[in-house]
Design a protein around this ligand. Structure first.
Ligand code: PHB
Ligand code: FE
Length: 317
């Protein structure tokens, strides 16, 4: 016996063994289906879905299982946004209170993430999640996205908490110069985004560093594979700061491939609201994700009042 607990959520049942996570669900067709994922590939999106409070729109753990954020309620689905599963009636969906889903996911992560596995680290930086139960890693799981509270000031400059990641060793962080007239020291600040990101100890976990009304700058460092396939409920922008990320862009409802995108430093992409995307970064790189957090957007996109296609949002061509 591997020693891991089993978890119910609505009519879903979750269990794990040494190598796999299993999601069991009743289907529209009748009977039950058990879907299997590699345990690392299940725990990485699980940890992010919790940390992001279900994010914007759809978080697919893989092509079959995932969640959709309805902001207060959460749809948990299996097979529903996978063309052949859907057509065959092999799907299930439940809309549950956010707290209920969060509690089940948190309990599952606390029990299933082993002490030597950090779901936010790149594979080269962490042990493996496979094998029998041994401890837990609540410290790694309790990380939250940083949310900026106020403008940074000069006196905020202090000894950095985190070392520069090995992948960015040798990168020069060149600060600009600032000369402040006496008496105004508390009003100005200088930050170097590359240094902030160079010291990030997580991958594919954006932090909110700038908030202007609904406009959020959420930069992140990326390496290996974005553990989720994200189907946004609004247009989202990517600015590649350095390194390279390849994106697979698929239809959000069927998973059908629509495009490959290779982003190099300086490239900017606007991701439409009707697709899902998954990124692949061969080396640690820096990405700025720009989100519009206006809570009215999903309804406006759904009703057609606002285009989900960024091309139609652009007035100047
Ligand atoms: C995304 O789904 O848009 C996303 C998520 C996490 C990241 C980068 C992009 O680190
Ligand atoms: Fe996204």
């Amino acid at each position: 016996m591997e020693g891991y607990r089993e978890f119910p959520l609505g009519a879903f049942r979750f269990r794990r063994d040494d190598y796999f996570a299993y999601v069991r669900f009743p289907t529209q067709k009748g009977g039950e289906l058990e879907h299997r994922m590699g345990i690392d590939a299940f725990l990485r999106p699980l940890a992010r879905d919790i940390a992001w409070s279900f994010f914007y729109g759809m978080v697919k753990f893989d092509d079959v299982f995932g969640t959709i954020n309805h902001y207060g309620r959460v749809e948990v689905f299996a097979g529903k946004y996978h063309g052949p599963y859907k057509r065959s009636g092999l799907w299930h969906e439940e809309v549950l209170a956010r707290d209920e889903v969060e509690r089940a996911f948190r309990d599952m992560a606390a029990d299933w993430v082993t002490e030597d596995f950090d779901p936010f680290a790149a594979p080269r930086e962490t042990g493996s999640a496979v094998g029998p139960k041994r401890g837990s890693n609540l410290r790694a799981l309790s990380r939250k996205r940083v949310v900026t509270q106020r403008m940074i000031r000069q006196e905020d400059r202090r000894e950095p908490e985190y070392p520069v990641n090995a992948a960015f060793k040798g990168m020069e962080f060149r600060y600009g110069e600032m000369h402040i007239k006496p008496g105004h020291e508390g009003k100005f600040g200088l930050v170097n985004l590359f240094e902030y990101l160079g010291r990030s100890d997580v991958t594919w976990n954006p932090s909110i560093v700038s908030v202007v009304e609904h406009s959020l700058f959420c930069p992140s460092t990326e390496e290996h594979v974005l553990p989720v396939k994200h189907g946004n409920d609004r247009v989202e922008w990517f600015v590649q700061l350095n390194g390279q990320i390849d994106w697979e862009v698929c239809d959000q409802n069927t998973g059908e491939l629509k495009a490959y995108v290779r982003m190099r430093p300086g490239d900017v992409a606007a991701m439409p609201a009707d697709i899902q995307h998954q990124g692949f970064a061969p080396e640690r790189s820096m990405l700025l994700v720009w989100e519009n957090a206006d809570p009215a957007l999903p309804g406006q996109v759904r009703s057609g009042a606002l285009p989900g296609d960024p091309d139609k949002l652009v007035t100047m061509k």
